[in-house]
Design a protein around this ligand. Sequence first.
Ligand code: NAD
Ligand code: MG
Length: 394
Amino acid sequence: MTRSLTILGATGSIGRSTADVVLAHRDAFKVEAVVGGRDAVALAEVARRLGAKFAALADERGGTALREALSGSGIGSGAGQSAVLEAAGREADIVLAAISGTAGLAPTHAALKPGRRIAVANKESLVCAGAAFMADARRLNVEIMPVDSEHNALDQALAAGRNGDVEKAIITATGGPFRTTPKEQIAKASAKEASAHPVWSMGSKINIDSATLMNKGLELIEAHHLFGLGAERLDVLVHPEAIVHGLVQWTDGAVTAGLALPDMKVPIANALRGDRRLTMELPRLDLAAIGRLSFERPDEDRFPCLSLAKAALRAGGAMPTILNAANEIAVGAYMAGAIGFYDISEIVERVCSTFSGRQILTPSTVAEALAIDQEARETARRLIPAPVEAVQAR
Ligand code: NAD
Ligand code: MG
């Protein structure tokens, strides 16, 4: 059976891996629409490769370039946020949501249509507005399938029992590029050093989040929304080889784990599957060749972002929304060279504590979440030194 698919964030790291999966199964999928951020030429190229019907670019200024790059292809196009939302809402059986950051929330939310499946890679959507998003998905009978490798593994492991019998669901972290680096040295790390991920090749924002371990913190919050598990039933384990992605410990002491070589095409294929699994021509996991798998506890002293995210999850309400917004601003400033590595956690902590006295309730709609997100962003921006000061400070 051929199913129609729309890819949000088609030019990114997840988007490109999704295109590879689709091109390896041409008869299983037909591509309805592809969405990209700024690069019109790259978007046109992926639209042509996949034979999409429609391509939408978020950057309005790229509209002409996109039309030109698609000329003669018969593929429709549009530019600007309205075109992105239109693409997300077009008739499709599956929408793969892989825009990076909170910018992905509105398009992913616009993709909620009765009876379809959303394969969610964009964890920031769930962290910013998880409760509202999941409630809307349930109301519209939308199936949510996690693409994030840890959650995809948990989803498979959880199929072995009932949610009420889960004692702990554990997601693993590689530990990032600074797993064994002393704190004084991490403090001086440039964004380039922080981006050198030891295992995964990913987009720039998630790379920095992996170095601070905020990525794992965001993933705990993501797991909470996807699986309805409270903070006390969620945990993180550092596992540098990135072979075991998620583990479920049951009330009887049994543990069910999801393993795979670290290649996002594996969870993507699972998130796109029908009743049968797709056949993937990928290297197979050879545990004898790997020989040893190692595990350790995360160090929240060197990686304070993880404890900030755990605290936000425990606090609940709007705290995860605020944490996510502050983090996005701080990571942007760090990538621009305006602040240092530990300023990221410092800014997130200060923004969270600014709001902590206010008892902001869990946002009950996506619009409410986005309003809080904006306010938290502005608070975070005020904590970023102006470029001149930053240069003098260094
Ligand atoms: P990326 O930066 O490589 O790609 C992001 C995509 O989003 C690009 O296509 C870009 O053009 C598009 N985009 C950016 N801003 C946009 C906007 N305002 N409107 C429309 N499109 C926009 O990022 P990535 O690594 O592919 O990650 C995408 C998402 O998947 C993130 O939320 C990330 O946390 C999550 N994720 C990624 C990986 C991975 O291995 N890369 C693993 C798990 C989860
Ligand atoms: Mg992950």
